[in-house]
Design a protein around this ligand. Structure first.
Ligand code: KIV
Length: 283
């Protein structure tokens, strides 16, 4: 693990933008203080406080019901544990779709109350006015196209997008529109690798893929997926680098058994009174 050092440069939206074609970018979600410190210390460029927290942290079926207050709560915890990575907060469902004014108000809350330093919002041409206004106001924006989980109801489920030539052309046009609006990078979720490659070549800002192949400028995964902590479903694009659920289950079972058998706590886990004080109790 490359431990965070005080002199490690802070990642900004400018750093990310200028990394295109120079080095691959890394993004990982985090939703609390402890996981944020871990991700940050490993030198990941961007920490996404994703609205996927609705599923992996709160046990809901989708991201639709995640609220602004929930996002701010988690964002504050993550930013307390982050020193180097750029913290990006997801704008939850209906916090930007109604229009520029709503988007400005809610992005400002994620900045001022959550301490995020960029926001991510889902969608193509329809969110261009919001992105333009946010960037003008000094709020860096990450775009997100392809499978956009907040629109799962109109997409007919968590399905791969851009599988026809027409749909692929639309995605390329959307990416260009987001770039023109001022997005400093664009997440491409669940689209054919060849289309992600075309999009990556068509825009000058970095693309960050999740289920979009190796030719994106960077990759993003959900913390719990990467570590094997969430087993309700594992999408095809996930690589589990560890099975922490199994390791944790073993440790918790051992704890249970030791408490039940009396092996825990041992003497070294307890406290003693100062010399002589115990004797006074006897007298
Ligand atoms: O909410 C999230 O975790 C995301 C990533 C999957 C990109 O949007």
């Amino acid at each position: 693990m490359s431990k965070h050092t005080q002199d490690a440069p802070t990642v900004t939206s400018m750093t990310v933008r200028s990394a295109k074609e120079k080095r691959k970018l890394t993004m990982l979600t985090a939703y609390d203080y402890s996981s944020a410190t871990l991700v940050d210390e490993c030198g990941i460029d961007m920490i996404l406080v994703g609205d996927s927290l609705g599923m992996v942290m709160l046990g809901r079926d989708d991201t639709i019901s995640v609220t602004m207050d929930e996002m701010i709560h988690h964002c504050r915890a993550v930013t307390r544990g982050t020193h180097q990575a750029l913290v990006i907060a997801d704008m939850p469902f209906m916090s930007y779709e109604p229009g520029v004014e709503t988007a400005m108000k809610n992005a400002a809350r994620l900045f001022q109350e959550g301490n995020a330093r960029a926001v991510k919002l889902e969608g193509g041409h329809e969110v261009v006015p919001q992105i333009t206004a946010l960037v003008k106001a000094g709020i860096p924006v990450v775009g997100h196209i392809g499978l956009t989980p907040q629109r799962v109801a109109t997409l007919g489920g968590f399905k791969v997008q851009g599988k026809t030539a027409d749909a692929a052309i639309r995605l390329i046009e959307e990416a260009k529109a987001l770039e023109t609006a001022g997005a400093f990078c664009i997440v491409l979720e669940a689209i054919p690798s060849s289309i992600a490659k075309r999009i990556t070549e068509a825009v000058t800002v970095p693309t960050i893929g999740i289920g979009a192949g190796k030719d994106c400028d960077g990759q993003v995964l959900v913390f719990h997926d990467l570590l094997g902590l969430f087993d309700r479903f594992v999408p095809k694009f996930v690589k589990q680098y560890a099975n922490l659920r199994e390791i944790a289950a073993k440790a918790i079972t051992e704890y249970k058994e030791e408490v039940e058998s009396g092996a825990f706590p041992a003497q070294e886990h307890g406290f003693t009174m100062p010399k002589g004080e115990e004797d006074k109790l006897e007298s």
